[in-house]
Design a protein around this ligand. Structure first.
Ligand SMILES: Nc1ncnc2c1ncn2[C@@H]1O[C@H](COP(=O)(O)OP(=O)(O)O)[C@@H](O)[C@H]1O
Ligand SMILES: [Mg+2]
Length: 195
């Protein structure tokens, strides 16, 4: 039996009705996402507990412009804003990074601090970039459970894309303390993981 074949969830008639006009947008480890009218999407989860954890994060971030607004939810689904724009890593691969994107990434991590996240990190592929270079988080995870003091995954992603130095030069211009913390920890991480 493959993974997809046991992806069966009893949905109520309301959700089934929503799905009739929807289009498939993407899927991941935890769910499948479909577009809905009015610039919204529905994410259907395989696991009730993960759905509830993601919903809890969205409740805590509901005043933040970096996170999609949530409209309704059930045991296995969440209806939220459609994230327009392009996945950050895909955009950078094509066009490189610039000061404005770097600035918005720094502001995003600052926002994580304000929201009392323990995990000050996110993967590039969970970020969407709009035309005005503003950033939206599409898939928040473990933000309140796992302690991470600097954006290691994010920096690793930028490093793989060949734009880490350019990003860090903006960090250094904007906030030397943050630059030292991030640069020091990431260099140490690279040294430990090279062999
Ligand atoms: N708000 C959104 N707007 C547009 N596309 C989305 C949105 N949320 C998710 N997607 C698409 O659906 C895919 C799976 O969603 P995601 O939340 O990452 O699921 P998982 O938790 O299973 O990783 C994403 O990689 C993306 O392509
Ligand atoms: Mg995902």
């Amino acid at each position: 039996m493959n993974e997809k074949s046991d992806y069966y969830i009893q949905l109520n008639s309301k959700v089934e009705k929503m799905l009739r006009t929807s289009e498939f947008l993407g899927s991941g480890h935890n769910g499948i996402v479909y577009s809905l009218p009015n610039q919204r999407v529905i994410k259907i989860f395989k696991n009730k507990r993960i759905c509830s954890k993601e919903y809890d994060i969205f409740m805590k971030t509901r005043r933040s412009k970096f996170f999609p607004k949530v409209y309704e939810h059930g045991d296995y689904y969440i209806v939220r804003d459609y994230a327009s724009g392009e996945r950050l890593d895909k955009y950078i691969k094509k066009h490189g990074i610039n000061k404005e994107i770097s600035h918005n990434i720094i502001r995003l991590i600052e926002e994580f601090k304000k929201l009392n996240f323990k995990r000050l990190d996110i993967r590039c592929k969970d970020l969407y970039l709009k035309e005005d270079f503003s950033i939206t988080v599409i898939d928040p995870k473990n933000n309140y459970s796992k302690k991470v003091i600097y954006p290691r995954h994010l920096m690793k992603g930028l490093n793989n894309l060949g734009v880490l130095d350019e990003f860090l030069s903006t960090v250094s211009d904007e906030n030397s303390k943050i630059y030292e913390l991030w640069n020091f920890n990431f260099k140490q991480y690279l040294e430990k993981n090279i062999k």
